[in-house]
Every structure is written in C-alpha cells, then in structure tokens.
Design a protein around this ligand. Sequence first.
Ligand code: ADP
Ligand code: GLC
Length: 492
Amino acid sequence: MKKLNILLAASEVVPFAKSGGLADVAGALPKALRALGHDVRVVMPRYYIVDKEKYGLKRMEGSLGVPMGSKGELWAAVYEGLLPGSDVPVYFIEYDAYFGRKGLYDEDGKGFVDNDKRFIFFSKAVMQLAKKLRFHPDVIHANDWHTASIPVLLNTTYAYDEDFRDTGSLLSIHNLEHQGKFPKSAMDVLSVGWGHFNADELEEYDGINLLKGGIVHADAINAVSKKYAQEIRTSEFGCGLERLINEKSYKLYGVLNGVDYEEWSPAVDTLIAQNFDVDAMEGKLACKEALQKRFNLPLRKNVPLIGLVGRLAEQKGIGLLAAAIWKLMELDIQIVLLGAGEKWAERFFSELVARYPQKFACYIGYQNDLAHQIEAASDMFLMPSLFEPCGLNQIYSLRYGTIPIVRATGGLDDTIENYDNDHKSGTGFKFYDATPEALIGTVKWAVDVYNHDKEGFAQLQSNAMQKRFDWSEAAKGYEEIYEKIIAGRSNT
Ligand code: ADP
Ligand code: GLC
C-alpha cells in the first residue's frame, strides 16, 4: 500500500487538551496510522492549558497568515511537538485572542460567543499550515463541527490551489448533536462566497451550519460505529440532518473507535491501587477497597459497586438516571459517579451524597486519575445513554472486568453483547427502552447475577477482559476509507 500523507485536524487531542472522547481518538488514531507506515500529522489549537514547556513545544520560524474575510488577515504562531511515545508531529496554532482562554469551548457552561470565528480561523489555519509545510496531504481528516469547514474550504477557496491538487477530505462525526450553528455573519469570515449560502450547502434557517457544509463537501464521512452510522439516517438520531445524511449515504462509513491499551489496561495502569489481569484478579478487590476508602463508603467486598464516568449531558442519560435513582437506592449497592456538566445534574447528584452516604458517592469535576480508579474498582459500569456515537468508557470497562450495563444504542450496542445465562456468553447487560423502568430492571438483573450467579459473573468478566478493540484494526478501517477517497478523486 502506498504511503499516504494524512493531516488530521481536531479541536482536542490527548494528552494536550481533552473534554471527551474526541481527544482520545485524535491522540491515538494518528499513532496507529503511523505504525501502518503513513506520514500523519496532527493540528490543534494552542489553548491556554496546553503547557509548552511540559511537552517541549518549539516555535516554528515565522508566522502563519490566516485570511479571515472581512476581518482581514490574522497572524498566528505555530508550535511544534510530538505525540508522546511516537514520532508523529503535532502542530499547535497559537492565537491568544481566540485560544488563550481557560476553557476549550466555553466558560462556566456558557459557550464563547465567537466560537464560529475561533474554529473557522482554526480550520483556515490548518489549510495555511499545510501550504507552509509544503505537506501536500492526500487526505485531510477533519473531526466534528469545529473543523467541518475544511472540506468546504478545500472545494471552494482552495479548489484550484496546486498545493491541494491531490487532496481529499474525510469528516468524522463524533457527535451529530453539535453542528456549529451560527448567525449568517459567519459567512463574512468564512469568505467562500455567498453563493454557497444555500439550503444545499451551508444555510439552515437563515443561519450557517458548519457541520452541514462539511457533510456536503467531504469526500467521505465516518460516524464512529456501524450502528450510529445507521441511526443518524433516522429522524430520531439525525438531529435534523437525516435527509441530507441519507442522500450522502453512499459516502458514509462506520469505523468503530479503538482503545489505547497502553493507557487503559489494568495490567499496566499506573494510576490504580493495584494491577490485575484476567488470570490474577486479586488486585481488582484492592482497587475496590481503595475507592471505597477514598469516598468513605462502607468497606464491603461483596456489595455490587457500580461506576459512572462521563460528561453530565442529556446525551448520557442523566435524566433517566435521576428518575431511576430512588429505586436504585433501595437496592443493596454502591454507586460512584464522576462527571461534570449540566448544573442541575451537578447539584442533584452532589445532594444525593448527603442523603445516601452509605450508598452513593460522587466527584463533580474532571479527573483522569479517578476515571481510571473507578474503571478498575467497580464491578459494573453504567451507561444509560440516549444516544452514543461510539462511547469509550464501556470499552475501557471491558478490559478492567467491569461489566457494562448499557442502553443498546450506537457504539454501546455494537461493542457490548448481552449476557446469555444458558451459554454463559456475552460481555454485559443491555436495555432497549429509554425509560427509568428499563434501566432499573437491568441494574436489578445485573445485581442478581452478581449476587446469585457467581460463576456466570466471573465468566462475564473473563469474556469482557479478553475482548480487544485495538486501534491497529480501526486504523485499517480508516486506511480503506482514505484509499477510496483517493481512488474516487483520481476518477474525476
Ligand atoms: P464523550 O466523548 O461523549 O464524552 P466517550 O465515552 O467517547 O464520551 O469519552 C469520554 C472520555 O472522557 C473518556 O476517556 C472518559 O474517561 C473521559 N471523561 C469524561 N468525563 C470525565 C471526567 N469527569 N473526569 C475524567 N475523565 C472523564
Ligand atoms: C463523541 C461521542 C462518543 C464518542 C466520542 C469519540 O463525543 O459522544 O460516543 O466515543 O465522540 O468518537
């Protein structure tokens, strides 16, 4: 296979800046593509929190001119580093007026009012950087609405640019709910011509929809799981774009994310109380005890401990959980929750701690160490998502022998097999209806297996821990899409 030049643009990349799974993907996929022999490079904004010293970032010579339409040309600095543990270059676009702020997209839950300009600027900077580096990408891989302008720019402003003569584009959709909808004044800085402000491209309800433009213009789209790629063609999951996505289904793929097992494996995890693995499970109990201690929960080996880690957003089924919690608290279980997000949920779950100190614990905030510790310590992991494009935590859970209890949607459905009592097969517990009753019933089922079918539960753990979702496999899926994009372009 020919060595490809791939430029991956993302608004967050592990370990430099992260708010969710997109960062995990953008930090891991490039390394896997590199291992397949491709020249892959990553571009992200240089946020205030990206520590230049810690990561040894070096400033590139000169400045990068970014034409911003009515705002004229803005000048950015570019810093260069490597994805840790690899030789994959990462370029950071520094422009403090846009990115020198505390949050990535918002502060105190309020989105920045200039997010349109910030990410149109970033997308244009990616294009300008490719020129400056003389990189000549075969494919630019954009991710979510933040970089969805790139396929549009490629087909408009840069359509006849020699530096992009052979460049195609892939847009990964990690979450269709966030589309980058802004007032039409954003067209002034995107500056691809008002001719593209029409219902078949960028316009929607007289505003601009960046993700829509990306979907129209990208050579291919990937929706991070097969099931989600199907779901987004329906009105239930399509967030208003289902018709367009159906029209474009000929270029729609569903390559599932992988997991970085160097980071998320109980055998090597340095953030947990004691290591363990499928053939030596004692350490898992030590992790459970450590977590119970940390949260002042009763130190009980045999009580089913259920973990939850994630953004406290409606998507994650926090409404269902809140409605179900009273009944769940009647069970002899412990729950540990880690998350931040919607204010009502932060308050609601914090207040539960005082009410059920023996059963419910939570930490409101973002803490990577604790995410690992909850994965390692819990017996089960709850993800009652209303929709879940892929979901990573349930896949991490599998590796830690922490049995997922999930709603069968998107990647959750694709990665978890339901427990089958007769054959002792499966890797988790699934429910289908988005109702508190279904959630409660399934937690009760899981608790029952844990308490009364020890052999079955141990088998589930062993099945789960032996599953692998390697990035090397996922990268091959992406490689195939890139190849198709390139073949498609040379046919035109
Ligand atoms: P999403 O991208 O929708 O947030 P994913 O399951 O794909 O969901 O990825 C979430 C990632 O973010 C996981 O790596 C998870 O461990 C991490 N994460 C989410 N919330 C927190 C938190 N409060 N503290 C630490 N890690 C978190
Ligand atoms: C999104 C989705 C999540 C997915 C992640 C990485 O934020 O909500 O399901 O795993 O992106 O693709």
